[in-house]
Design a protein around this ligand. Structure first.
Ligand code: 2AM
Ligand code: CA
Ligand code: CA
Ligand code: CA
Length: 264
């Protein structure tokens, strides 16, 4: 597996942020935590990790734009390229001592995702992809799962957060999907959920109310692993709508249909 110089920069930034997160995870009870909104926590760990990543990425490519969850967007002078970064995806898990969280770094060129890295510092699993080069977990090539029918599938999702999203609508969708699949999982890290779809661990995934930094890296991981990822209606307006549905070609289509089914 040959990584481009740019993907290497992203990987090194993710490792460095991962080390910072691991240190803070070991002393999570001492971290300063504040609320951005209802159920929307942010800690020093999130901010420190984002600073590390921004510094590393902009050192390598000073003209690129930078969109990170914890800071004001920097437009950059380049106009074509933008880093899209979630320094800690799964903050709620992190703050509760649950070892399931990740760093997510995506690179967009002219509105298209061209490279992505998702790194879980606890398991030391590194998910990487770049356009045309395939998707990898550590050094192993990833492919989405090949299951052909929803009945055999394990599907991930995210539950709308307090004060956000339509909880009633979600319950209807959950009931629809529950009736058609082998199992449902809810992990608390959308970035890892998408990496798991790319790795063929989850057969599919859907969630609403997401932000570009939750999904940017995951989009390219899934596409390079042969998967399909779209907005609710099968289109490409993922960042605009904050909604994703994904799986292999067939499962993604079946999942979209199941989500739309009216309740009897
Ligand atoms: P975060 O941990 O980076 O905030 C889990 O379903 C996803 O929702 C994660 O990507 C998580 O990202 C995000 N999330 C957690 N709390 C949220 C909130 N209050 N509002 C919006 N998104 C949230
Ligand atoms: Ca957050
Ligand atoms: Ca996130
Ligand atoms: Ca985050």
């Amino acid at each position: 597996m040959a990584r481009s110089a740019l993907l290497n920069v992203m990987v090194q930034a993710a490792f460095k942020a991962g080390r910072s997160l691991s240190r803070d995870f070991g002393e999570v009870q001492n971290l300063q935590v504040s609320l951005k909104g209802p159920s929307d926590y942010v800690s020093q760990a999130d901010k420190k990790a984002e600073d590390v990543i921004r510094r590393e990425l902009l050192k390598a490519r000073p003209t690129y734009g930078f969109l990170g969850e914890e800071s004001e967007e920097e437009k950059g002078t380049d106009g074509q390229h933008r880093w899209i970064v979630d320094p800690l995806d799964g903050t709620t898990n992190f703050l509760h001592g649950i070892p399931h969280f990740a760093v997510s770094i995506g690179l967009e060129r002219q509105g298209e995702m061209v490279a992505g890295v998702v790194y879980n510092p606890v398991t030391d699993e590194l998910f990487t992809a770049e356009r045309g080069g395939g998707s990898f977990v550590n050094d192993r090539r990833m492919r989405v799962a090949a299951r052909k029918t929803l009945t055999d599938c394990v599907i991930g999702t995210g539950v709308p957060h307090l004060g956000r999203g339509k909880h009633g609508q979600f319950l209807i969708e959950l009931r629809n999907v529950m009736g058609e699949v082998a199992g449902i999982r809810r992990s608390g890290s959308a970035a890892l959920d998408l990496a798991y779809v790319a790795a063929g661990r989850f057969d599919g995934f859907w969630e609403d109310g997401l932000s570009p930094w939750d999904i940017a890296a995951g989009i390219i991981l899934i596409r390079e692993a042969g998967g399909f990822i779209s907005d609710r209606s099968g289109g490409n307006r993922i960042f605009e709508t904050g909604a994703v549905v994904t799986g292999n070609e067939r499962i993604q289509r079946e999942l979209m249909q199941a989500l739309k089914r009216p309740v009897e």
